[in-house]
Design a binder for this molecule. Sequence first.
Ligand SMILES: [Fe+2]
Length: 391
Amino acid sequence: MRITKFVTPEIIFGVGALAQIGESALRLGATKLFVVSDQGVVSFGWVEEALKHLKEVGLSFEIWFDVTPNPKDYEVLRGTEQYLASGCDAILAIGGGSPIDAAKGVAILAANGGIIQNYEGINKITTPLPPLIAVPTTAGSGSEVSQFAIIVDSNRKVKMAIISKSLVPDIAIIDPVVLQTKDPKLTAATGLDALSHAIESFVSLAATPLTDVHALNAINLIARHLRPSAACRTNLEAKTAMAMAALQAGLAFSNAILGATHAMAHQLGAWLDLPHGETNAILLPYVMEFNLNACPERFARIAEALGEQVHGLTVWQAAERAIQAVQKLARDLDIPEHISVEHISEEQLTLLAQNALRDACLITNPRDLTEKELYELFKRVLREEGGNSSV
Ligand SMILES: [Fe+2]
């Protein structure tokens, strides 16, 4: 058996877990917290709640809220300047994947210097980072437990994947109550992002028994609870199940890495500034179909986890059921089948394919992809507004 590794932060999970923020920061030796979030999370009052818990234990803080969706290299640079001038000695990130990834970017530069581009790829971080507490508010990104940070290179217009064990937060605090302020559209998109994490990590070339158990459970939870969670803001049972699903999907992909869905989504996100969750939700069935040849048995197990009746079916028939079930789930949640763009040229498709080919997530995709195959996949997914086809 090959050697495997599994990394995870300390995880505090459950209704009311937010109240653990202050005590957690004290245990990490923090004296002043750099609080990273965005305006949306602030407007729902979750940052105020977090600050209340810091004040309760006598901790001071400085706040930085200038993070946009798909965090950019220049934002990370500005955040780092503020962090270094603030006298803070620990970071608290509260929000979706964007504020948590931006906080990781600040932690990298504060401890290691230079520009964020220096750390693109795998294991480029050499100096330990300041302590990091992550509080997710979306049940999707998994960044609160992952060794990933995704930052946009604004000049190259690509999303850089930074992968290092140093990026695993010290403590993840997951409170399902926070999910009650999410609107149905965001709930659906982030839930399907979590599904793409679970499915991509289950068929990943780096999957292990430890990642499989989390991936399969996440798939099952999402199949049963994402529809009710998106249908009712106050359904705390569904919110709790989705928070667990996103957490387990995060543990799975952090350790097994991802695949072509994310390699492609990163390029579309950087080019069009599209929301990550919805982009993955649209791409996932196309990539599953492409990957089917590589590991039909794995897809058959995914179908079972999705609750499909596979008894008496051949492996191939069961595997195809997995794709159909994901398509139906996306349809039920009003996710479109294509990504609309104003105009798409052959040059743009070629550039997307070339950049996707270089994305670190492609390394673990179960089926090899050529630039031409990526080009064709992008062509199938993109749709010109008002027209029926891309190019
Ligand atoms: Fe994702």
